[in-house]
Design a protein around this ligand. Structure first.
Ligand code: ATP
Ligand code: MG
Length: 890
């Protein structure tokens, strides 16, 4: 696409977060949507500029569409003295020369007529065309129709504006608003893009018809609810079809907010029945499916996701109301509603209710929220997140727009990186990588300034006429290596990475010696690293193919990334893979690896790849010619429309560097699997020796689990031994959770361990109860009936001691009991229970505390039963303390 100079397109736009956020406005007025289609035309590199852009826009609206000229108004940039920007009189004069009446040409400041997308980057003045809905010569009622942006500045990191080396045009016209004008309606919602939805809402909810009212006139906000629901279901459908699902952060979180806003308006205002939102999806598919076939393709999944999320939200609402009611019962009349509870109800907590909704629910009950506490919790969460976030990926050196513009102006051709593909397989089986000699075309300092030379120790960017380095792209990590100056081969310049910037490949280097433009250099890639990438990339293709074999031909890749350590593969799935499926996938890959098939790579015309059955196109733009990588079948054969090869083996469009035979992958083990968002599973895999090791770790753990199971089934008569076994089970569970091992085996062992753990705990309880019964018998024999038993018992387990106390009190309900059990090194366990009907001041907790603190320890429990520990050399004194305390209370 870099070659395009004149473009017209239609973009899907969602404005529900970030810099352009219309979410809260949608529904309130008659012209904003969260999802809309933006029609645009573009000129790149000065192909045309203001004059032609304005003329074409005016011609299209007034002559092609026949919109009366006197209904149109235009605005232009009135300048910004603070930023040193002059008014855009050029645009004004163009409009006047096109015949726009002077009273319809207005100027505005940077807020309205200076367009910027981000904090830095290309930007410029804009001129807008508005349509007058009233059109009776009175006060105009304007709605913006089309925005023409003239990109001519760059906002630098320091906030200043610099002229761009090349100027561009970027215009946007809202399709919905255009349709409203052409269909003669005052509102985008009254066009045929929305009326089928409004009708379906009326039928589905059985409410009075949509009347298009806004503001105070819209009693009960019924019309607003109509608009919100119709708008939001379109956004949800389009986003889900594009692979964004409601989730917990980023774009998925925005989508979740949209869904919940739709649910609230549909259930609370329109009294929609449960499952209603999902029923609107077919109407969206009907209106937009011709333009966006992906909607048709994914319609069932969209209905499912929307319905599931709607049900989850309604359930959360109900539980939320219940929790609020329960909490209110505990609160005093002037208490604030506790922040912790509100937090646990909120999006960031457990139930997923938006905080403003929680506040609204509280308001209905007439309680105030502890906002200060809530702010504190929110801040803690932010801090926690920032600590947990993955370490920010260093972006590395980049060529900025000025550098790129300069290179283009000088006519520097894109870097020739074809030598990255020149490697071969020696008869011995090893790979031979060619070196590459190149010339230094340009050097850049760390801040991106072009320089003619760099000095000793400087980190710099290096542009060469050609390279054999693979620059990061297509999910394959960048090569690393070094270069030497020709004639000075003993000084190595390390090159930690290479990146693509606008067709140029920028090498990052640290210069141990000076280097200057014009120098000849020789490049060496780190061969072990590169080979690791090649293994992982070919393994990624085999994995992709094996997933389709196992899960079905419709299985789609969502993304992937690899480096020599591991590969990551995201796949669209309805549910997590079962252990059987994981094993089957690994088996299929192993088979292909075992056959040591040839890997063919060839560049072919893009057109030849169309219509090949089974060949996938990811959602990206492919170069022409494009590289094809096929396993086991020569490319020409794989692309033969009659061959079906792409259905039977791995054939992909890919620019990566691959093995020449599959055998070197060695083995593949999927060591991790998690749900990224609903509908996407992320697999983590290792290959070769690492895969073998993972299998060995898995085997060893399986054996340990087997041995533990056997120990358990033998059955122990000893509580301590049983407890040790239970602890071992816990340790094994931790090991299985975190080990690098086959995921299918992890899941199986986790399931086994869960059962074993439960059985071990049951066994312990049984043994303890038996032991306690025996000791209870002994104590009953030693003590005649009375108000108090204070004694020692020999056991190593605190829970046995507690059981003895319990059983004693059951047998002698009018007796209060405190037992101590001496352990090695002077440690003492303590448990007690106070008989029913003693004085209220005599509590078990206080009793245990009195005795244990006497022994320098601690105690815990309730009024009736308590336990504790301490350390003493004089057990008799502790027993005396216990008796004295109790007698004093009784
Ligand atoms: P407005 O002031 O009406 O919000 P805008 O200045 O945000 O518009 P631009 O960013 O210039 O609009 O977008 C270009 C065109 O896209 C607008 O002229 C309008 O036709 C359309 N558009 C923008 N936002 C929306 C929206 N939320 N819903 C529908 N169409 C929109
Ligand atoms: Mg706007």
């Amino acid at each position: 696409m870099a070659g395009f100079r004149r473009v017209a397109n239609s973009q899907k736009c969602v404005r529900a977060g970030g810099r352009h956020n219309d979410l809260e406005d949608v529904g309130r007025d008659l012209s904003h949507h969260t999802f809309f289609e933006m029609l645009g035309n573009w000129a790149f590199g000065g192909e045309y500029f203001k004059e032609e852009a304005c003329r074409m826009a005016w011609e299209l609206l007034t002559q092609v569409y026949g919109i009366p000229e006197d209904r149109l108004w235009v605005s232009y940039f009135g300048g910004d003295p603070k930023a040193g920007l002059d008014p855009d009189l050029e645009s004004r004069d163009i409009w006047l020369s096109l015949g726009v009446c002077a009273s319809h040409v207005l100027s505005f400041g940077p807020q309205e007529n200076f367009w910027e997308m981000g904090n830095t980057g290309p930007c410029g003045p804009c001129t807008e065309i508005h349509y007058d809905l009233a059109g009776r010569g009175g006060a105009p009622q304007l709605v913006e129709l089309w925005n023409l942006v003239f990109i001519q500045h760059n906002r630098e990191a320091d906030g200043s504006l610099q002229p761009l080396p090349q100027r561009h045009v970027d215009t946007g016209m809202g399709l919905e608003r255009l349709v409203a004008v052409l269909q003669g309606t005052h509102s985008t919602y009254d066009t045929d893009l929305f009326s089928p939805l409004l009708d379906a809402i009326q039928q589905g909810c059985g409410v009075s018809p949509y009347l298009g009212r806004v503001g105070a006139a819209d009693e009960g906000r019924t019309d607003m609810a109509y608009r919100v629901v119709a708008d939001h279901i379109r956004t949800l459908s389009v986003c889900i079809a594009d692979g964004v699902c409601p989730g917990m952060s980023g774009a998925p979180l925005v989508l979740r907010r949209i869904l919940r806003r739709a649910v609230r308006f549909s259930t609370e205002v329109l009294r929609a029945p449960p499952g209603f939102l999902g029923s609107l999806v077919p109407v969206v598919v009907e209106t937009l499916g011709d333009a966006y076939p992906e909607l048709r393709k994914h319609s069932a999944q969209i209905v499912n996701l929307v319905s599931e999320d709607e049900a989850a939200f309604l359930a959360s609402l109900q539980r939320g109301r219940h929790i609020i009611d329960q909490t209110l019962r505990r609160l005093g009349p002037s208490d604030l509603f506790p922040a912790e509870v509100a937090w646990s109800l909120s999006l960031s907590g457990n139930l997923g209710l938006p905080l403003d909704l929680v506040e609204l629910m509280l308001e209905e009950k007439g309680v105030q929220l502890d906002s200060a506490g809530l702010a504190r919790l929110a801040q803690e969460e932010t801090q926690h997140r920032s600590r947990q976030a993955e370490p920010a990926q260093e972006r590395g050196l980049q060529l900025n727009v000025h550098a790129l513009g300069e290179l283009q102006r000088r006519g520097v051709p894109p870097t020739d990186d074809s030598p990255k593909y020149s490697y071969s397989l020696r008869p011995s089986g090893g790979y031979e990588f060619g070196t590459c000699e190149a010339q230094v075309l340009q050097l850049y300092t760390e801040d991106g300034t072009a320089v003619a030379s760099v000095g000793k120790g400087q980190r710099c960017g290096l542009l060469l006429d050609k390279t054999n380095f693979y620059a990061e792209q297509g999910g394959q990590a960048s090569d690393r290596g070094y270069l030497v100056r020709v004639g000075q081969e003993d000084v190595l310049f390390p090159v930690p990475r290479a990146q693509v910037c606008g067709g140029f490949i920028l090498h990052e280097a640290v210069a141990p010696e000076g280097l200057k433009v014009g120098d000849q250099v020789q490049l060496h890639v780190d061969e072990a690293w590169r080979l690791g990438c090649m293994e992982k990339h070919t393994a990624t293709h085999l994995l992709n193919w094996a997933l389709r074999q196992t899960l079905g031909p419709g299985t789609e890749q969502q993304g992937s990334h690899l480096n020599p350590e591991r590969l990551r593969f995201d796949v669209a799935t309805q549910a997590p893979l079962t252990p059987e499926q994981l094993r089957a996938v690994e088996g299929t890959v192993q088979e292909a690896v075992g056959q040591d098939e040839a890997v063919y790579m060839e560049e072919v015309a893009l057109a030849r790849t169309a219509h090949v059955p089974g060949l996938r196109f990811l959602d990206e733009v492919y170069p022409d010619p494009v590289r094809v990588v096929s396993v086991g079948v020569p490319v020409a054969e794989a692309l033969d429309l009659a061959s079906q090869a792409a259905l039977q083996t791995s054939v992909e469009l890919c620019c990566g560097t691959h093995l020449l035979r599959t055998g070197a992958v060695g083995d593949l083990v999927i060591v991790g699997e998690r749900q990224l968002s609903r509908g996407t599973t992320r697999l983590l895999a290792v290959t070769g020796e690492q895969a073998q090791q993972a299998r060995e770790v898995g085997q060893a753990l399986a054996q340990e689990v087997g041995a533990a199971a056997e120990r358990l089934s033998r059955g122990s008569q000893d509580v301590v031994e049983a407890q040790r076994l239970s602890k071992d089970m816990g340790r094994l569970t931790d090991a299985v959770d975190t080990a690098v091992m086959p995921q299918w085996q992890r899941r199986e062992l986790q399931a086994t361990l869960k059962v074993l753990q439960r059985r071990a705990n049951t066994a312990i309880r049984k043994l303890e109860t038996g032991q306690a019964a025996q000791k209870t018998q002994e104590l009953l024999r030693r003590h005649s009936e009375g108000p108090l038993i204070v004694d020692t018992v020999s056991t190593e387990s605190l829970s046995v001691l507690v059981k003895v106390v319990r059983q004693l009190c059951e047998r002698a309900p009018r007796t209060s009991v405190l037992l101590l059990s001496p352990q090695p090194l002077g440690h003492v366990l303590c448990a007690c229970q106070v008989a029913q009907g003693t004085t209220p001041a005599f509590t078990a907790e206080a009793w245990a505390l009195a005795v244990c603190s006497h022994m320098g320890g601690k105690a815990w429990g309730s009024q009736v039963v308590a336990q504790g520990t301490g350390t003493t050399a004089d057990l008799e004194a502790a027993l005396r303390t216990a008796r004295a305390y109790a007698l004093n209370q009784l």
